[in-house]
Design a protein. Structure first.
Length: 179
């Protein structure tokens, strides 16, 4: 393609040779002027379009930059979300382990306390049995002493039920003895 400017077209006016039956020089000059004017308009439009294309290219580049920034921010946000989720899981697991440790400790302490209470209860039951045995023995001795002192016949069939605080059987008054 030949680089042709409106000025080149205007300078071409006198370069055409004249032939016998050639074109009318006035019409050729008018046409060349029209072509030159139209070329000037086209060149100005071309310059304007190139400027607009440049602006649009800058806009596209800027838009691509913003798009890349948004994409980077999105990736960063997703990574941050995953990091936060991982951290939350770690913290939840840690809290769960701590809670389980406390629960285990509390259960251990409760079992120990229960064992101590059971042992204390067993000891109290043994002491109660010893006391009841000793008290029964004391009562039997005292009863024997009372019988001997008052000359009463032995009380047959009488048992002392110390656990309930009552006695079973019946105690009958000896017959024929009035005081």
């Amino acid at each position: 393609m030949i680089d042709l400017t409106p000025l080149d077209v205007r300078k071409k006016r006198g370069d055409f040779g004249k032939g016998l039956r050639g074109y009318d020089p006035q019409e050729v000059d008018t046409f060349l002027e029209l072509v030159a004017e139209r070329m000037e308009v086209l060149v100005q439009e071309n310059v304007a379009f190139r400027g607009r294309v440049g602006e649009l290219e800058e806009t596209v580049v800027a838009q691509q930059g913003r798009e890349q920034a948004i994409q980077d921010a999105l990736v960063t946000a997703q990574e941050l979300r995953q990091d936060v989720k991982k951290q939350a899981r770690r913290e939840a697991n840690l809290l769960e382990r701590e809670a389980q440790g406390k629960i285990d400790l509390m259960i251990g302490e409760s079992e120990k306390l229960l064992s101590e209470h059971r042992a204390a209860l067993q000891e109290l039951e043994r002491q109660r049995e010893r006391f009841l045995k000793a008290f029964r023995s004391l009562l039997e001795r005292e009863l024997d002493t009372v019988k001997v002192e008052f000359g009463l016949p032995p009380l047959e069939g009488v048992t002392l039920d110390l656990e309930l605080g009552r006695r079973s059987g019946s105690i009958e008054e000896p017959e024929g003895e009035d005081e």
